[in-house]
Design a protein around this ligand. Sequence first.
Ligand code: BGP
Length: 468
Amino acid sequence: MIIKKMKKLPEDFLWGASTSAYQVEGANLTNGKGPSVQDVKKVPEGTSELDVCADFYHRYKEDIALMGEMGFKTFRFSIAWSRILPEGVGAVNKEGIDFYSDVIDECLKNNIEPLVTMFHFDLPAALEKKGGWSRRESVDEFVEFAKILYENYGDRVKYWLTINEQNMLTLVGDVIGTGSTEGVENKYKKLYQDNHHMLLAQAKAMKLCHEMLPDAKIGPAPNISLVYPASCKPEDMLAAQNFNAIRNWLYLDMAVWGRYNNLVWTYLEERDALPDILPGDMDIMKAAKPDFIGFNYYNTATVQWADASGDVKLGDQQSGAKEPGVYQSFANPNLLRTEFGWEIDPMGFRATMREMYSRYHLPMIVTENGLGAYDKLTEDGKIHDEYRIEYLRKHIEQIKLAVSEGVEMMGYCPWSAIDLVSTHEGVVKRYGFIYVNRDEFDLKDLARYRKDSFFWYKKVIESNGEEL
Ligand code: BGP
């Protein structure tokens, strides 16, 4: 549709940006924090450890002040489970409780609404050692953790996100360091059993949130990329539906409607990998209702039909994969790519928002979107990241178009507020509005610099998206 009458974004649109605890904080094994799976993994060759990251743990006041200067209405950050509960269960680390309490207060002092992710890729290592999400107990362990968060922060946090990118935990956990399936006999069975427990944990945490904090709002935060067929061949269309179901709809159908997507169910049946579901599980899933949908969007995916031969090929969050007989990724020739090879598709962002809204009819907030690049600090302390501005501008334009088409959008939180460590490509893959002066292995002075995108975003927020 060519829109002639653009609607304005809502007055209370939540402009902000995102980070996650294990990628930004540092102090990963100090101040009472227990190790998470991220701290015990072998970091990819050529990338730094997670002991310092952006040193947000010690510099959060300065960082949140900078976010305030940009005019952020919200800041999406995550709470490290093992900073609150070093063993995942049991004894609480008071220093951890106080740290996030201070971060929340600092946000409020700067007129920033905290948007808290409860779990972002960092399961306590102690729980993983016992079997992680494969154990039924993991459901209650998560709910107990959620309860502690509601008790301690519920008086000040109105917006909660349950699990970041549960779909990526399931599909590419090996790449993002959340769990390995090496040596597992039927990896589908394990992954989708873990997934069932996470879905149940999420449902229970949403229900508990509504009981304990009636004024708060809570939602999931999967990574949603609309999947295109590589051509108008009927086979390619089926492949696109397969991957849409496996990558996207399984997670949202369950969070919103409490039912398993039928294509995914068949896919699991075929692989002898149906999860064990206890009586009552599906009632819990059905009863839990999110207030909104948070979602991360980087680009679309394109797939073609895959015959039954060949091996499974793994991608990362945004790049291609193949499953014989199900789908095979296809490089979309119509799209540009980032320096790190991820496709760029602002129009596909609109298509994704439209599709999600027409399926679920819930308000939505973008919890990640952004461009990873090798930024350069100039001699005079500037970072000219025009490419990032261009990327964000084009995506915000599409939000405005989607809103003009009747899609309910609550806010936009690109990745990332500040430079931090990427999931598997190191510190040099930068996303922030705020530059952190460090290299992969040389920590330098960790000083903060405002990038060109910082000043640009400030104006975008000031004008509520009118001045792009
Ligand atoms: C998402 C994750 C983030 C983040 C982002 C960028 O999948 O939720 O944690 O890092 O992707 O990805 P990367 O760091 O791999 O560039």
